[in-house]
Design a protein around this ligand. Structure first.
Ligand code: BGC
Ligand code: BGC
Length: 581
């Protein structure tokens, strides 16, 4: 099936060809190079005619705010206009749940929560708002959305996935892409989506991940990575039906870049997989945009860096997230083309694709230089959408005696998620791994209770230590997985922190009725919890607007969320929650 997208690429391809005919071999190599922003100066972006600069997770300016973001992005893009041909650089960032590196941006629920809403219109509005905030700071390329069909909740990236149902991922992924793309005809706010990770990232087998001996970074992680970047061991029919399936609709919706997956398919790394990247994606699916490698992804193909480049480009990677040693990379590409190990036609195809995409999103037009409105970043209109999304994502797992919604009254509030923006947001927030604490402006669940129009008298203690002997009608414990990203979140047991379990004990002893709200990137084991509480809510990683969670707890909005994946589908552990949707 050939797919069509909303951009008219034919005129852009003509411009691309025109430019291509004027480029030197070194300029072509520069154009397929993406460099991490701390590793390059604006001057070198011009000198080496670099195609793209990125912020990885936590790749922030200092101080980190919308103004400094705009200045930082501008410094690289402006410099690119000074290269010999003046081809503008593209700036990319992991805006995976809002413009999530930037302090002050609206942080929306991670995809697993959006999956629970099942609401394509809402997902489109969420991603449109995220795109407006990202483009307002000059960055036009969002490394989102993930189209992972996450099958094993022990995977540390489960929360980046809309769910385990290919149909749901396809529907919501396409909605996200539509939101990112926005109006293609006239606006400087159209952004580039990067659907990821192609393909099979969510199907890897436990225990099949690394270590790769020649990669230094594995050493830093000890034996932490168990499933992330591993091997997806399925036949072709299953790969297509489960993991490839969502890519069709998102390409039709206008995704012009695809990020290759670190993972392997039956032992073969995707970054070096010609059949999948070239024959299936570009051939069969008719994908006309370009393929970007993942961070150091080519480096996993071979112990010899030269062969990494030859294999990756040969397989169909068009732009390489190098991300550090760009001079070495460029000279390697030049040498490999001169030696005939990379065909010039292949390099030209990669450059043509990149230039076509740049032109199609208006990077060469005058509006690309207009002043975007920084007021959009963290605007109240966007926070309203984030609050709506957080509320819509909450799933009511248990509600004995119709304890919820709560009406006015005294509440005992505890748990590591009760008053912590960082824990509400999870990984990929301000820093790569995220972190607990007041990392960015927002409303915690405690603050939302305090501001609520109904009268709540809230007594709060994170650990649940309250004066002996006193008693309350209702307790709410907000338990939270500490933030994590990628393989660092691979977890054999998906357990809640011991401190939170302790807080539940403490509060249970002082209240008539207990509500447990679970902030997590995946289903977690609730054995010890389910028996102790009357009501239980899965609130995922709701983002900066904790008011959305309080809205459903207090009945301002109804519970609408449905489990986007079974609650623990790997092991059955009692309590009748498994497999419930
Ligand atoms: C992740 C990608 C991300 C990239 C850039 C990689 O480690 O796998 O999802 O877009 O880093 O930060
Ligand atoms: C970067 C991330 C990247 C990761 C890959 C981190 O240092 O901040 O963006 O995804 O490295 O290992």
């Amino acid at each position: 099936m050939h797919t069509q997208n909303p951009y008219d690429l034919a005129p852009s391809r003509e411009v691309a060809d025109q430019l291509l005919s004027q480029m030197t071999l070194a300029e072509k190599a520069g154009q397929i190079t993406q460099v991490e922003k701390n590793s390059i100066t604006p001057e070198d972006v011009a000198e080496y005619a670099i195609g793209s600069v990125l912020s990885g997770g936590g790749g922030n300016p200092s101080p980190n705010n919308p103004e400094t973001w705009l200045q930082m992005v501008r410094s690289y893009i402006d410099a690119s206009h000074n290269s010999r041909l003046g081809i503008p650089a593209l700036y990319g960032t992991d805006a995976v749940h809002g413009h999530s590196n930037a302090v002050g941006a609206t942080i929306f629920p991670h995809n697993i929560g959006l999956g629970a809403t099942g609401d394509a219109d809402l997902v489109e509005r969420v991603y449109r708002a995220a795109a407006l905030e990202t483009t307002a700071t000059g960055a036009r390329w969002m490394f989102a959305p993930a189209l992972s069909v996450a099958l094993d909740p022990r995977w540390g990236r489960t929360y980046e996935s809309f769910g385990d149902d290919p149909e749901l991922v396809s529907r919501l992924g396409a909605a996200a892409v539509r939101g990112i793309v926005g109006e293609t005809s006239n606006g400087s706010s159209t952004a580039l989506a990067s659907i990821k990770h192609f393909v099979g990232d969510g199907g890897t087998a436990w225990g099949s991940a690394g270590p790769v001996e020649w990669l230094d970074f594995w050493d830093d992680w000890g034996d932490g990575w168990k499933i992330d970047q591993g091997d997806t061991r399925v036949d072709e029919k299953t790969l297509r039906a489960v993991h490839l399936y969502p890519f069709h609709a998102s390409i039709s919706a206008g995704a012009l870049t695809v990020m290759a997956s670190y993972s392997s398919w039956n032992g073969e790394k995707i970054h070096g997989h010609h059949a999948l990247l070239t024959e299936v994606l570009k051939g069969e699916l008719g994908f006309e945009g370009f393929v970007i490698s993942d961070w150091l992804g080519l480096g996993q193909l071979d112990p010899d860096p030269y062969l990494c480049v030859v294999k990756g480009l040969g397989a169909g990677v068009d732009m390489v997230m190098v991300p550090f040693e760009y001079k070495d990379f460029i000279s390697t590409v030049v040498a490999a083309v001169e030696a005939g190990d990379i065909e010039l036609a292949r390099l030209d195809d990669a450059v043509r694709r990149i230039l076509t995409v740049k032109h199609a999103i208006g990077l060469f037009s005058s509006f690309a230089h207009q002043d975007p409105s920084l007021d959009l970043v963290g605007s109240s209109a966007h926070r309203v959408i984030a609050r709506e999304a957080a509320a819509a994502s909450a799933v009511l797992l248990k509600n004995d005696g119709d304890l919820l919604p709560l009406s006015s009254g005294e509440i005992l509030l505890a748990g590591s998620g009760a008053h912590d923006i960082g824990n509400q947001c999870g990984g990929w927030t301000i820093e790569w791994q995220g972190s607990a604490g007041q990392t960015t402006p927002g409303t915690t669940i405690l603050q939302a209770f305090d501001h609520h129009s109904l009268e709540f008298d809230v007594t709060h203690s994170m650990t649940g230590s309250f004066p002996e002997g006193s008693c309350w009608p209702v307790g709410v414990v907000v338990v939270a997985e500490p933030p994590y990203a990628e393989g660092n979140g691979d977890s054999a047991d998906c357990a809640l922190p011991a401190d939170d379990l302790q807080a539940i004990e403490e509060v249970r002893a002082r209240v008539d009725h207990l509500v447990v709200v679970v902030l997590s990137g995946r289903p977690v084991v609730l054995d010890a919890v389910a028996d102790q509480c009357d009501a239980m809510v899965a609130a995922w990683l709701p983002g900066t607007e904790g008011s959305g969670i309080v809205d459903v707890l207090t009945g301002t909005r109804p519970f609408r969320g449905r489990l986007p994946r079974p609650w623990l589908n790997m092991w059955n552990r009692g309590h009748g929650l498994e497999g419930r949707r």
